[in-house]
Design a protein around this ligand. Structure first.
Ligand code: NDP
Length: 311
């Protein structure tokens, strides 16, 4: 009888920790960190982050591939993906971290904290009369596993929140719209824009010069998903002209952000090094184990992505 094996590949994640967590959930799982070990025909699950080209072809009986992260743009762009269910990580810890990052970034602008940070450096008592949160229009692009909870949390705090996605959504307290034809109007009615879209052929450079100019003058932008969703040259120009007053950027077209990049020198840009959210392995491992149980039972795994759609 063939064994039920999982192959792990990542230059980034801790294999030992994943092995411990997964085998405590599934004691009979043959967890293989050495991709060449054992009978390759036993391998039914691949838990991977950026494996080398041709990686999957050596395992003839794969039944599920799981991306060791939420963003699957590096995985779906490959031409060697097997025709099996592809899943991503998602866990409540990851959702909480992203929600906290988005809340912090929006609140920092809504409560003028960025202005007080600068005033303090000038030793200046700089009073700015606070605005009611309900008067501040926040727009969230992308209402998926991370975007939707962030939008809901912002609405719960009292912001005037609207959200945009590909297919229609219904989220308590959030005015939702869908489809490219509604995007221009959405942008025109958003003061603080939060980007939570995956990077796909459709979303690459979605926020270009024309669309950034549709935002009200002196809008704020927060990008916590993928840098290339925003045309960086257009953003730099908008930040220099004042069309975009402030930006909080966790993600960039090139990472790490090169030392000579213009963003580093811009006082109206807050840079964080791609850590808005991370997987909380203990919680994510429970989800992966549950997906393996489902595949064993002939059911669809959790957190499926659609490789053709790109997310
Ligand atoms: P999901 O895949 O769950 O959701 C994506 C959302 O974007 C969906 O609402 C989807 O619409 C919408 N969308 C996708 N394409 C389009 C389009 N062409 N037009 C309109 N809407 C579109 O992603 P998550 O919420 O889990 O995560 C978003 C991204 O955040 C990830 O792809 C990843 O790149 C990034 N990320 C960044 C991290 C960081 O630390 N900075 C950490 C984790 C993730 P619909 O619902 O209709 O399908």
């Amino acid at each position: 009888m063939s064994r039920d094996a999982l192959v792990f590949y990542s230059d980034f994640d801790d294999a030992g920790a994943w092995k411990k967590m997964l085998t405590s959930e599934l004691p009979d799982l043959d967890f293989r960190n050495d991709v060449a070990a054992g009978d390759l025909a036993d391998v039914r699950y691949a838990l991977v982050w950026k494996p080398p080209a041709g990686f999957f072809a050596r395992f003839p009986n794969l039944a599920m591939v799981t991306n060791l992260g939420a963003g699957v743009d590096s995985l779906v762009g490959r031409d060697d993906l097997p025709d099996v269910p592809i899943t991503r990580l998602s866990d409540t810890g990851m959702v909480s971290l992203m929600t906290s990052y988005v809340m912090f970034s929006v609140i920092r602008y809504a409560r003028d904290i960025h202005l007080f940070e600068r005033a303090q450096r000038r030793r200046e008592w700089h009073y700015v009369h606070p605005r009611a949160l309900a008067a501040i229009k926040v727009g969230v692009l992308g209402l998926g596993e991370l975007g939707a909870p962030a939008a809901k949390a912002l609405a719960g705090l009292g912001f005037n929140v609207r959200g945009w996605s590909r297919s229609p959504k219904s989220i308590e307290g959030v005015r939702c719209s869908a489809g490219l034809e509604t995007l221009d109007g959405f942008l025109a009615d958003t003061e603080i824009l939060v980007v939570m879209l995956p990077l796909t052929p459709e979303t690459r450079s979605l926020l270009d010069n024309r669309r950034l100019s549709l935002l009200p003058h002196a809008a704020k932008l927060i990008n916590a998903s993928r840098g290339a969703v925003v045309d960086e040259a257009a953003l730099i120009a908008a930040l220099q002209s004042g069309q975009i007053a402030e930006a909080t950027l966790d993600v960039f077209t090139v990472e790490p952000l090169p030392a000579d990049h213009a963003f580093w020198g811009m006082e109206n840009v807050l840079i964080t090094p791609h850590l808005a959210s991370i997987t909380v392995p203990e919680a994510a491992a429970r989800e992966v184990a549950e997906s393996i149980r489902r595949v064993r039972a002939g059911l669809a795994p959790l957190h499926l992505i659609d490789a053709r759609r790109g997310y």
